[in-house]
Ligand binder design. Structure first.
Ligand code: ADP
Ligand code: MG
Length: 151
């Protein structure tokens, strides 16, 4: 499966969707979250963290670019690339992409040149009734398998 769509009608449902993702990811995976401010990128990441067994509350890393959460079944590297718009140099992030945890990147379009070949893209759209539509796009075999697991 290469694509999948899910709709959530509340913050709680988005947490639940993230939870299922977190329960099914493998180490080394990279998830890109795109969507406007307030779409639900951080909310989904909170659910993913819970699914990984991370107890700490996940907050937006907007002012730090990256936060690392330990204590789950794997580390969670939560990156917000919003302030990296226009920066085109290697900041050493790629060492986190093949290591010991899941990397979740908000606003990944601002660090495209650092994104590995294989990844899961999740685009979030705000629907007119306030619901959120999550469009999953798998790039690579392990991500296609992941979509089978969470559909
Ligand atoms: N179905 C829904 N899915 C996600 N968030 C929702 C939903 N309905 C309402 N919200 C609210 O929308 C806001 C999304 O904020 P946030 O996750 O920080 O967005 P982003 O990280 O994309 O800027 C939160 O306050 C959340 O509670
Ligand atoms: Mg955010």
């Amino acid at each position: 499966m290469k694509e999948l769509k899910k709709i959530t009608n509340s913050t709680e449902e988005t947490h639940q969707l993230g939870n299922v993702i977190g329960q099914n990811v493998s180490e080394n995976m990279v998830i890109l979250l795109d969507g406007d401010l307030g779409a639900g990128k951080t909310t989904l990441t909170q659910g993913i963290a819970k699914g990984l067994g991370i107890k700490r509350n996940v907050t937006s890393p907007t002012f730090t670019i990256q936060k690392i959460y330990h204590g789950g079944k794997m580390n969670l590297y939560h990156i917000d690339a919003y302030r990296m718009e226009g920066i085109e140099q290697d900041l050493g992030f790629d060492e986190y992409f093949y290591d010991d945890g899941l990397t979740v990147i908000e606003w990944s379009q601002f660090m495209k040149y650092l994104i590995p070949e294989e990844y899961l893209m999740i685009s979030i759209h705000l629907l007119e009734n306030g619901a959120r539509e999550f469009c999953f796009e798998a790039h690579g075999n392990q991500y296609e398998n992941l979509l089978e697991d969470i559909r």
